[in-house]
Design a protein around this ligand. Structure first.
Ligand code: PRX
Length: 631
């Protein structure tokens, strides 16, 4: 067992993982259950991109999350579900019950003809059936692809088409505060262009009126009547796909990152255990939606692989008021709380009386994920929520990495405000300069790369291995490029400074600027647009769109609303531009490329030094843009 209990042990494991990674990861993996052991712990490299972990082995994710615990902790609570409505009592599901529910859902899938290797898409609210559904998929070897319920019909359709999902699982509707999100209606719209979907399973949640298409749409509760609650798990090869999760990049459509069974499982297990340091009686609450990678690895798989208790919350942080998170913590006696800086900043902006009403004395460890946490928010979180006694693990990682890469280990390594601090054992971050040369000085700033493979790395972009190569290994051959910049202090602590590519992070949601521009450009009057991120007090980054639109001069407000509607339709409300400035031109280089550096400066509200603009094709537009700037 590779649990790290103190700093010396951390240092020892770092050395061991460096000197003999095969032995290290082999020992970690032995904690889990394998139907057949591996022939080789790892093979492949970042040059050939043929990475494999635990080759030759067979296992099953649901067996490791559930069956493995039944004898020892079958009656322990696996999941505590908190509904949107504060009057509804929390629902507790123990490991035995969760196992039965997962088997029953897996049996529903099997009865519909779903087989190993088929893709099941989930477009749901935060209901237990979503967690049960993905575990059920893994039980029968189906590949799950969860699409966040805030994405539009067009986004959902694009993802379904890309992975050719056969089955779609949804809710009639989702509760979000006092609103009902019409999930099934969005599915109906999306399915007009998704011939691969043969069946839709609808779980009843909100009881809103929906239409059901005959021979395609079925209620889950009807299908369950003929399902069994005992269903053996399908043995999966370690490198068999486990899930596909779509995420945005600098260019093109969102990419379907593919994670495999054995490596991801080992990595989720190990990182959860060591970063959070949970005891058997502790209660873990990750506030992420299962539609994002955090909801996969640290709401679902990490806690269940370790036999812990995980909390799932359906609603918003501010419903019915801004004390809801703190109320839930007191009510359930949550010990470990893991959330995003954007939520912390939003709650920090509210009256402190929303916090001071609650004791929060059950808390032992706090976590942060998804975007850089500013020092002010870190201190507020530490002082008011952690009461100065809880470490904050600022966990840096990505959809691509599968699990946490750089982070303090709670009560084991030091926490420094706004710093992800040290890499986990077996992780080899380096900083490179723009030419790709490794910066060997300890105290430095550069582009963050990872030198060698780890078990949790996504193996490919679904259906496009060349895009995987080009995106992550094209900039600096032989190493994985994260897209992030970082600073390293004299003691080797990392501080992530943010994306250095054309990806922006809005409220912890990752969006490509090109994707938003494409959505804006669907408006018939838009000649051209350019989108940049700008510093936003609550969201981390806001979206600033510069649009060439001659017609907007007559009715700018109307065009603004139309552009927001266009983005809503193509991507979803999460990509709504905060600022839209109409311009007559965009600053371009002689080769026709938009000089985004200038637009970013305008967004930052810092136009005192725009750098060299003499090489621009149209320097005159810069004055116009600066004059009309919205910040
Ligand atoms: O820029 C980094 C930021 O979020 C990006 C990854 O986004 P996504 O794949 O959606 O995964 C989010 C949840 C893991 C990274 O490239 N990021 C994530 N965690 C941190 C962070 N930036 C700073 N500090 C963090 N702790």
């Amino acid at each position: 067992m590779k649990t790290i209990h103190n700093f010396d042990e951390y240092l020892r494991q770092v050395e061991e993982a460096k000197a003999n990674p095969t032995q290290y990861w082999g020992e970690v993996a032995r904690d889990l259950e394998w139907f057949k052991p591996w022939d080789q712990v790892s093979s492949g490299n970042f040059s050939e991109l043929n990475i494999k972990w635990f080759e030759g082995a067979t296992t099953n994710m649901s067996t490791n999350c559930l069956d493995r615990h039944l004898k020892t902790r079958g009656h322990q609570t696996a999941l505590i579900y908190v509904a949107n409505d504060p009057k509804q009592a929390p629902l507790k599901i123990n490991y035995l019950e969760l196992h039965q529910k997962v088997c029953r859902m897996a049996s529903v899938f099997t009865n519909l003809g779903i087989k190993k290797g088929d893709v099941i898409c989930f477009y749901m609210g935060m209901v237990p059936e979503l967690m049960i559904g993905i575990l059920a998929a893994t039980r029968i070897g189906a590949i799950h692809s969860v699409v966040f319920g805030g994405f539009s019909a067009q986004s959902l359709a694009g993802r379904i088409q890309d992975c050719e999902a056969k089955l779609l699982v949804t809710n009639d509707g989702g509760h979000r505060g006092d609103k009902i999100i019409p999930l099934k209606q969005v599915c109906d719209e999306a399915l007009k262009e998704c011939p691969s979907i043969k069946t839709v399973i609808v779980h009843r949640r909100t009881k809103n009126n929906i239409s059901m298409t005959e021979d395609r749409d079925f209620w889950l509760h009807d299908l369950e009547t003929t399902a069994t609650t005992v269903l053996p798990a399908t043995p999966m090869k370690s490198e068999d796909p486990l899930f596909i999760l779509y995420t945005s990049g600098s260019t093109g459509r969102p990419k379907g990152l593919m994670h495999t069974t054995g490596g991801y499982m080992v990595y989720a297990y190990h990182t959860f255990r060591n970063v959070f340091q949970m005891k058997a009686e502790d209660i873990f609450w990750c506030t992420a939606d299962i539609g994002w990678v955090t909801g996969h690895t640290y709401l679902t798989y990490g806690p269940l692989l370790n036999g812990n208790t995980t909390v799932m919350y359906e609603g918003l942080p501010v419903y019915p008021d801004a004390g809801r998170f703190w109320n839930i913590i007191d009510q359930l006696k949550v010990t470990h709380f893991y959330t995003a800086p954007t939520a912390i900043r939003a709650l920090q902006a509210m009256d402190l009386s929303f916090v001071s009403k609650y004791k929060l004395d059950s808390l032992k460890v706090l976590g942060s994920v998804g975007e850089p946490i500013n020092e002010e928010a870190w201190e507020w979180y530490h002082r008011n929520i952690g009461k100065g006694r809880c470490p904050i693990v600022d966990t840096w990682w990505q959809t691509e990495t599968g699990g946490i890469m750089i982070s303090p280990l709670a009560h084991v390594t030091e926490c420094i405000p706004a710093h992800a601090t040290y890499p986990l054992p077996g992780i080899s971050p380096i900083l490179v300069d723009s030419s790709g040369k490794e910066i060997t000085e300890i105290e430095a700033e550069g582009n963050l790369c990872i030198k060698s493979p780890w078990p949790g790395i996504a193996r490919t972009v679904w259906g496009d291995h060349e895009r995987y190569r080009h995106t992550y290994f094209g900039s600096y051959p032989g190493m994985y490029f994260t897209g992030d910049g970082a600073r390293r202090d004299s003691r080797g602590n990392y501080r992530i400074t943010g994306r250095v590519d054309d990806v922006i992070n809005v409220s912890g949601h990752r969006l490509g600027t090109a994707e938003i521009e494409d959505a804006i450009n669907t408006h018939p009057d838009i000649v051209e647009s350019a989108v940049v991120g700008y510093p936003h007090k609550i969201k981390g980054q806001g979206i600033y769109a510069f649009c060439i639109c001659p017609h907007a001069l007559e009715s700018p407000e109307q065009v603004r609303q139309e552009l927001i509607a266009a983005v809503n339709k193509v991507i979803g409300p999460i990509a709504k531009p905060d600022l839209i400035q109409f311009v007559t031109g965009l600053p371009k280089t002689r080769s026709g490329k938009i000089m985004r550096r200038i637009l970013r400066k305008v967004g930052e509200g810092d136009v005192s030094n725009l750098g060299d603009t003499s090489t621009l094709l149209n320097p005159e537009v810069v004055d116009e843009i600066v004059k009309g700037k919205l910040r």
